[in-house]
Design a protein around this ligand. Structure first.
Ligand code: SF4
Length: 275
């Protein structure tokens, strides 16, 4: 099977940075999963003894705790610092930016709209920095919101699509006199998405590699599906040779939390499949 790789794929700047930080702090633990890829988390545990806490209560005094790329809620951070914990912040700078915007806009008495998924850890963290903050997954949900202030500021989850964010912005502008729009969508996400769009239009089948709970991987999958038959897998063991019957060219891309060593194993296996 002929394999074509997307021109941009895999680890982004924020994830590379977080992994480097974790590797530099052996025998520490992360607060929440460092990135959305279980296999990489397992590797960090095995090779660097970097563990994982799910709640603040589990953290023992004096321990070194690394804050994940998506950040944590403000109160959780304060709680950790109170406990004599050594806090190493691996929050991606592109996530710190919307946190700080929400903080500043709230201080300036703006109600804030976050375009994002309320359950996503990044969004929970960003929301915690403000006062009157509302999370909406799409523009229809704006109708039911009641704002505390008459000025609105809006930010987006870093992995959201720009086109969909524009729908939120348009709806807000139609209703409110003052709307401050911050484009907090991450370039790395754009680049991987554009490369996926381009490649999926030229191949017979696409394989998207990444965590099934990773928002940016799911978006690559959705984009790819618009152009050709696509499969989302976490590693090479999920590849099914039947998918490739009568297909000649397979495109491969990967989400921003997918390590190169997993991508390479998938490439090797797909290349050996007989079309
Ligand atoms: S996708 Fe962007 S915002 Fe998210 S960790 Fe990577 S660089 Fe940071």
């Amino acid at each position: 099977m002929e394999v074509k790789l997307a021109s941009h794929y895999g680890f982004c700047f924020g994830v590379k940075r977080a992994i480097k930080i974790a590797q530099e702090h052996k025998n520490s633990a992360t607060m929440g999963p460092l990135i959305h890829n279980q296999k990489e988390i397992d590797r960090l545990k095995k090779d660097f003894n970097v563990g994982l806490y799910s709640t603040i209560k589990e953290v023992k005094e004096q321990e070194t705790v690394i804050i994940r790329t998506h950040g944590i809620p403000k109160n959780d951070l304060a709680e950790l610092k109170k406990n004599n914990t050594k806090v190493i912040n691996a929050t991606c700078p592109f996530v710190t930016t919307p946190q700080q915007i929400v903080k500043k806009m709230s201080q300036d008495r703006y109600s804030v709209v976050i375009f994002g998924d309320a359950d996503h850890p990044e969004v929970k963290g960003v929301k915690s920095y403000g006062d009157d903050v509302h999370v909406v997954p799409n523009s229809e949900d704006l109708d039911s919101l009641v704002f505390k202030y008459d000025k609105i500021a809006t930010v987006a989850q870093t992995t959201k699509q720009k086109e969909k964010y524009l729908n939120i912005v348009n709806s807000l502008i139609l209703k409110y006199k003052e709307v401050r729009v911050f484009n907090t969508i991450c370039d790395a996400t754009f680049e991987n998405q554009a490369a996926t769009r381009e490649l999926s239009a030229t191949v017979d089948i696409m394989i998207i590699i990444g965590g099934k709970n990773s928002s940016n991987t799911k978006q690559l999958f959705n984009i790819s599906q618009e152009n050709c038959v696509s499969y989302l897998i976490e590693d090479e063991s999920e590849l099914n040779p039947k998918w490739f019957a009568n297909k000649l060219v397979c495109g491969i891309t990967a989400g921003a939390s997918t390590p190169d060593w997993i991508i390479q194993k998938v490439i090797d296996k797909v290349e050996k499949i007989e079309p």
